[in-house]
Write a protein that binds this ligand. Sequence first.
Ligand SMILES: *Cc1c(COP(=O)(O)O)cnc(C)c1O
Length: 260
Amino acid sequence: MFEQFKEISNQHLDHFGEILLSVKRLDLVHPTISGNKFFKLKYNLLEARKLGYTQLLSFGGAYSNHIYAFAQAAHAFEFDSIGIIRGEELQDQVLNPMLATASKLGMQLQFISRQDYRRKHTPEFLAKLQQHYPNAYIIPEGGSNDLAIKGTAEILTDSDRANFDVICCAVGTGGTIAGLIHASASHQHVIGFSALKGDFLNDEVRKWTTQNNWQIYPDDTFGGYAKYDGQLLEFIQNIDEKYQLPLEPIYTGKAWRIQT
Ligand SMILES: *Cc1c(COP(=O)(O)O)cnc(C)c1O
């Protein structure tokens, strides 16, 4: 099922005094399911298949990376897919490029009101949804659940545990950093840079781990999710020119900008 998965070795980027900066190019792990999303979906796909589900269902905003990767994964692994998308008003609009691609890959898009969307994790809402789509395996928004964290824990290898003191990543729903924390050695420190404002993510991540060797910095610089400015875009371009490293402004660009 995962023939197209590639092991990714770390790429040494630069020295800053005593500090060696390396990057793990998770965007190269799979031709269509990019980066951490592959790890988050891996055990969910296996579970859905094992339990005999034919459809995968998940949630997201109109520009959700998760929905996009989810549509790609469902297509690659021959599941039908359903995307529950925030915003009823989008129903009558031309699909943005991400949703258009998802739709082309066979994803059935269902647009719901923001009010309903806020209720999507409640047992009542989920029960109704499951009744409506009895063959669907349901994955939460952002894809973060126990099986996702089992997958993201595999991002770190033995050599990563032996060779690095600090592990940094971008944070959205917290599933990726939770897996990294699980997999980290006690001498290591895991630092997350949130794409969102506010520090509610600490509580989210504490649901998944009892370890204390981590911290998350909120996005106090750019104003929150999907907000960025010309300086960030310029920074991303400079990093690409200097290191041939393609960052993006929602997650990785912010994480790198705040670190440097
Ligand atoms: C989705 C995504 C994240 C966020 O992952 P979470 O597990 O939701 O915290 C971070 N970086 C990139 C590039 C992403 O696509």
